[in-house]
Design a protein around this ligand. Structure first.
Ligand code: ZN
Length: 317
């Protein structure tokens, strides 16, 4: 029987309100690259904004649906309640200073499970952690003038799922998705994929009583990596054979996707590493202009007219 074994986190998708505030925060304050400006393929009157490293590599990606009028959500059980990025081991102090100077809502660095963590919130209240990670050799994006390359965000590190109970969710992670329990501390259990390094970690925080409410400032879904379409197709069959309700394979233009829910209610996606973000614009120009998939291109004028204009850094005189 095939084994479903994602080799890392692919992306995290969250809900924002104002797209301009979202772009400003993630590109200028956090120093990620806007690697794609497109629309929510299921609701094309809404942007879908992708941030990541230079190429938008899988495991570097955080994406947003900005819905300007969405109310504030609430974190709780059945949700992804924190998204962590890794930064070099000695950089947390530098980031703490930067966030204080930029008046970003941040906590003091703490030590959690032998890792140094700096928690902050984006303009919509989405919780992001920076984790000091010595062994992360990814290069990140060094295209932001006031963020030295030595401190740049390297990519995703961990996602944290909050659950009422550990067991049913943990069983799906280990028995179905091939992850290994690598650490336990209090209510937090850590699961690793493919060696369990930075970018391939899932924490489950159990014993959360109140269920969350998905809206502004909360995570919509998390995606894990499949190398290619053939592997994803095998995994889809395997998930179905194991009784999981999984969607058909959906073309997301930059990857192919299947979706299913874990027992605690968090929406999971498995996304292919290919073809990636340079499929419809050159690497140097990623994110500069609105890109649409071929099936929405005939409606470009109407779609573009309904979207609020975005001002990118290079547009500012
Ligand atoms: Zn997704």
């Amino acid at each position: 029987m095939a084994q479903v074994s994602p080799h890392g986190l692919h992306h995290v998708t969250a809900i924002a309100t104002d797209p301009q505030a979202n772009v400003d925060f993630y590109t200028r304050a956090l120093g990620l690259r806007l690697v794609k400006q497109t629309v929510n393929f299921d609701a094309p009157e809404t942007y879908h904004l992708y941030y990541g490293d230079e190429q938008g590599s899988p495991s570097s990606l955080l994406t947003f649906f900005p819905w300007p009028d969405v109310p504030q959500g609430r974190r709780g059980a059945g949700m992804t309640t924190a998204t962590a990025f890794s930064v070099p081991g000695s950089s947390l102090g530098w980031w703490h200073e930067r966030f204080k100077n930029l008046q970003i809502d941040t906590d003091a660095p703490t030590t959690r499970d032998q890792e140094e963590v700096l928690t902050f919130r984006d303009p919509d209240g989405l919780v992001i952690d920076l984790v000091a990670s010595e062994g992360d050799h990814r290069s990140g994006w060094d295209g932001v003038a006031d963020i030295p390359a030595e401190h740049a965000v390297r990519g995703l590190h961990t996602i944290t799922l909050s659950e009422q109970q550990l067991d049913p969710s943990a069983t799906m992670l280990t028995d179905l998705l091939g992850m290994n329990l690598t650490a336990e501390e209090g209510s937090r259990s850590r699961f690793g994929m493919a060696g369990g390094t930075s970018g391939a970690l899932v924490d489950v925080f159990a014993g959360v009583r109140e269920r969350g409410w998905q809206a502004g400032g909360t995570v919509h879904h998390v995606a894990f990596r499949a190398p290619d379409l053939a592997t994803q197709t095998l995994w889809q069959q395997e998930l179905r054979a194991r009784g999981v309700q999984v969607t058909q394979i959906i073309d997301r233009q930059y990857f192919k996707s299947i979706y299913f829910r874990e027992p605690g209610g968090v929406l999971f996606e498995i996304a292919t590493d290919t073809p990636g973000f340079a499929v419809d614009e050159p690497l140097l120009e990623l994110g500069r202009s609105l890109k649409l998939p071929p099936w929405l291109e005939p409606n470009r004028a109407q779609i573009a007219a309904a979207l609020p204009p975005l001002q990118l850094e290079e547009d500012i005189p």
